[in-house]
Design a protein around this ligand. Structure first.
Ligand code: F6R
Length: 248
């Protein structure tokens, strides 16, 4: 696990966007798709803004890009304001030239008896493309990555999970009250994330400093799922000074 600290979120986000753009272009040179694992939430917003700028001002094309989002609330209608489908459209997909057929986001509309097959197929689709080239992550204050809350197994796959109370509190502003936040979500597993060839976890501001300290320096444990990332050599933590402020 490597840690890189930037003076601020803006500079860090530009570096991450540049890395993604470099990956996309190197794949284009060999006529291959770039398979990206994407996150929602406030953390990656500036990365997406920079990718949109690179598309609009510097001709970066996303025609060869295939995306898999980490998670979606369950249940959730795709056209709801709080859905991760809406988030991804507004922050990235509506502003670039990606083929809509190449976008994958867990489906929050499935019936209980359909969801297990959907999750297995999500894994299979990633596998058939040769795996994720790069997975982008944020981190929740519970230590979740994706929506893998405390107690998640290191080899877990895509599945339905119950959201932690703290996670629902953190989401309550978007929903106008904690009781309106869905109790569940569909998320890629820790095992799914681990199979990515490269993983970048981003965190900004002092608010994330205590959980970043646990994730980087704490004992590896299912109590803080992000600590499993310590076991991988392909992981980079990209932090601003606030998020890094409790690291020794
Ligand atoms: C989002 C996701 C979550 C968030 C985390 C941090 O797709 O999987 O793990 O990355 O909850 O959220 P923000 O960035 O809003 O602080």
């Amino acid at each position: 696990l490597h840690v890189t600290v930037y003076p601020d979120q803006q500079t860090a986000s530009k570096q991450v966007a540049r890395k993604i753009a470099g990956l996309i272009k190197s794949k284009q040179d060999s006529a291959l798709p770039a398979v990206l694992g994407l996150a929602t939430g406030v953390t990656p917003i500036k990365v997406y803004q920079e990718l949109v700028r690179l598309h609009q001002e510097e001709n970066l094309s996303f025609k060869n890009v295939i995306t898999f989002n980490l998670d979606e609330y369950y249940p959730m209608k795709p056209d709801a304001a709080q859905s991760y489908v809406t988030f991804m459209k507004e922050n990235l997909f509506n502003h670039i030239d990606i083929d809509p057929a190449n976008i994958h986001i867990p489906d929050g509309t499935l019936n209980k008896d359909e969801v297990a097959a959907f999750c297995l197929n999500y894994e299979k689709q990633i596998e058939q493309l040769g795996g994720l080239d790069l997975q982008i992550l944020g981190i929740g204050r519970t230590g979740h990555i994706g929506f893998n809350e405390p107690g998640s197994a290191p080899n877990s796959g895509t599945r339905v999970v119950t959201l932690d109370d703290l996670t629902r509190s953190d989401a309550s502003r978007d929903f106008g009250g904690k009781e309106k936040v869905p109790a569940k979500a569909i998320t890629m597993g820790i095992g799914t994330i681990f199979k990515a060839r490269e993983i970048i976890l981003m965190a900004w501001s002092q608010k994330k400093a205590p959980i970043i300290k646990k994730a980087v320096e704490g004992e590896i444990s299912g109590e803080v799922p992000a600590t499993y990332l310590q076991l991988s050599g392909q992981v980079e933590f990209v932090l601003d000074e606030g998020a890094a402020s409790e690291l020794t």
